[in-house]
Design a protein around this ligand. Structure first.
Ligand code: NAP
Length: 263
């Protein structure tokens, strides 16, 4: 018996078997949930279908979150398979690579700012709006992924920092808005993980090494651990938790001067 038996979950953002979304999809499935996956474009379709086969062979569908039409089509497609939705995982983020290094002030552009806010922050509210009708009367749960760079200035994270800050504020506004319908909204602030998206951040290796040395647990986080935290937040065990950002980062957020190895 799992903590998500009978629940239906839509997971966005699986790009590879290193994706945080993949860690979450596996954890949701192993706790009993049925899992549907989305892919941004045809390039990723077969890879995402393989992932779907490994977690119960649920529906897969295209979804580029910059397109309102895509969002509507994805939920129309989901509605053909399922009569309701209990869990939505938003694990999507993007900023232009050239804006993820060097000087924040010099390198941030109007277009880069708008695009990163659109894909990384606005899309969470847009997906919630589309999911809302399918989530009625089910004690449903929305979950997003954020990073410490939304709270503190992290070298090279640059334009993604304000996007994550907006995303975290959205968690609180969405929690307030949807709470009366029993829908909970939370975020996981994950420690650094080597993924495709992370490879676009300048000097990411240093971020990983620094975190592993300084974090209280003296290591980096795994996507299985982020997945387990996601399964908990999505489950009825977390029925009293909403509007929360849970740090799943081996404790890095809690320290100021790290271990002697850091620096
Ligand atoms: P990832 O495996 O590269 O996943 C990012 C996903 O976002 C990919 O599936 C990507 O699809 C998708 N995406 C980008 N633009 C999209 C669009 N317009 N429409 C739909 N999907 C789009 O990287 P990840 O690190 O697991 O990222 C997942 C989330 O975790 C992101 O929000 C990220 O900021 C957050 N996070 C990551 C870390 C870390 O260190 N890795 C730490 C904390 C939080 P394509 O590959 O097709 O572009």
């Amino acid at each position: 018996m799992g903590i998500l038996d009978g629940k239906k979950a839509l997971v966005t953002g699986v790009a590879s078997n290193r994706s945080i979304a993949w860690g979450i999809a596996q954890a949701l499935y192993s706790q009993g949930a049925e899992v549907a996956l989305t892919y941004q474009n045809d390039k990723l379709k077969s890879r995402v279908q393989q992932c779907a086969e490994a977690c119960g062979n649920g529906p897969t569908m295209p979804l580029d979150v910059t397109s309102g039409e895509d969002i509507a089509n994805a939920f129309a497609e989901l509605g053909k398979h399922w009569d309701g939705l209990d869990i939505l995982v938003h694990a999507v983020g993007f900023a232009p690579r050239e804006e993820l290094e060097g000087s924040f002030v010099d390198n941030t552009t109007r277009d880069g700012w708008s695009l990163s806010q659109d894909i990384s922050a606005y899309s969470f509210a847009a997906l919630a709006k589309a999911a809302r009708p399918m989530m009625q009367g089910r004690n449903a749960s929305l979950l997003t992924l954020t990073y410490l760079g939304g709270e503190r200035a992290v070298p090279n994270y640059n334009v993604m920092g304000p996007a994550k800050a907006a995303l975290e504020a959205s968690v609180r506004y969405m929690a307030q808005d949807l709470g009366a319908e029993g829908i909970r909204v939370n975020g996981i602030s994950a420690g650094p993980v080597r993924t495709l998206a992370a490879s676009g951040i300048g000097d990411f290796r240093r971020m990983l090494d620094y975190n592993a040395a300084a974090a209280p647990l003296k290591r980096n986080i795994g996507i299985d651990e982020i997945g387990n935290a996601g399964a908990f937040l999505a489950s009825d065990l977390a029925s009293g938790i909403t509007g929360e950002i849970l740090h799943v980062d081996c404790g890095f957020h809690a320290i100021a001067l790290g271990g002697n190895e850091a620096g």
